[in-house]
Design a protein. Sequence first.
Length: 364
Amino acid sequence: MSLRKENNVLVLLGAGASFEAGIPTSPMMIKKLESLLDQGGKWEDFRELYHFVKSAIYFGDGISGKFEPHVNYNIERLVNILSEINRKVEHPLYPFIATWNTKLIELGGMGFENVRDFKQHILQELQNDWVLLDNYSKSDYYGGLFDFRKDFQHPLRVFSLNYDLCVERNRESATIERGFGESRTWHWRNFDYPEQEQPDIFLYKLHGSIDWLRDDNENLTYTDEPAKIKPDRLGIIFGTDYKLQYIDPFLFFAYQFRQWTLEAKLIIAIGYGFGDEHINAILGQALKSSSNPDERRLLAVAPFEKENDETSAMSHVSEILRVPRRQQIVVRRIGAGEFMSHEMTIDGVAKCFPDGEDVFQEIK
């Protein structure tokens, strides 16, 4: 078996991949949000609404037997809940709701205008202070993606769960396909390239990007000045329930992720915490679809601070993905910066397989 073949290696970038560049993780964004809501903070008017929504999320999980530390509470889930509440009469469950919680109406407003405003404030903060960097020099370790691509000698398919521009800002002379043509309008056909014209990296931003926006005709485009995008025009999505929307590019990206994970012999997950049920299901399906466990591996690169060693981290990941053959999971308990700068090489990732360096032998 040789991995030096197109589509045999796939990269998944999680929030932890950009942490060392200065972009907070989702739990850190919650802490920043709560500091803004503190008494005397600039968002004090939303504090009671936030406490109500957060309490309701924990209450809902508690009913099904989930308590700390097993409650999956993060910025994506919060904004998704706010979005669902704001739909009100447009929500498919609305006819089945006899009365809204009186406390929610009191805090959210009769038309839930406070809910809408709170969500807009969060998006504005995400856009201007949390994700958009003034200086991308701290993210230069992302150059390791492009160095690896040169050694791999084939286009690299990179799927990112992040909104940031760390990949794009470290491309140097490399070419990246994001799906936008010369008119800057996104179309799925832009990912179809003749073999002789393929880019260095196909970049699929599964949740959208901080520089994407919807124009007046609802077409997806992008801008060179992302700080000027109005929050309601941002081309990003939150929460697992929105990832399979019928609109492109999100449905297309989900399909592409499933397709190429089933093709890949090595999936490199960098900075991913395995907290997304949809992503986990696709990863698990890909690993279990291989009849020979020695021919498909997942390399998980993250600190895994709650696990004592790489063996316990491997067991943790295999349990989440429901993969019975634990030898398919390889763990490196290091940060994204160290991995992409020093270990993301042909020789480095070849260690995931029993044959070592031989898996990247040239195909004659």
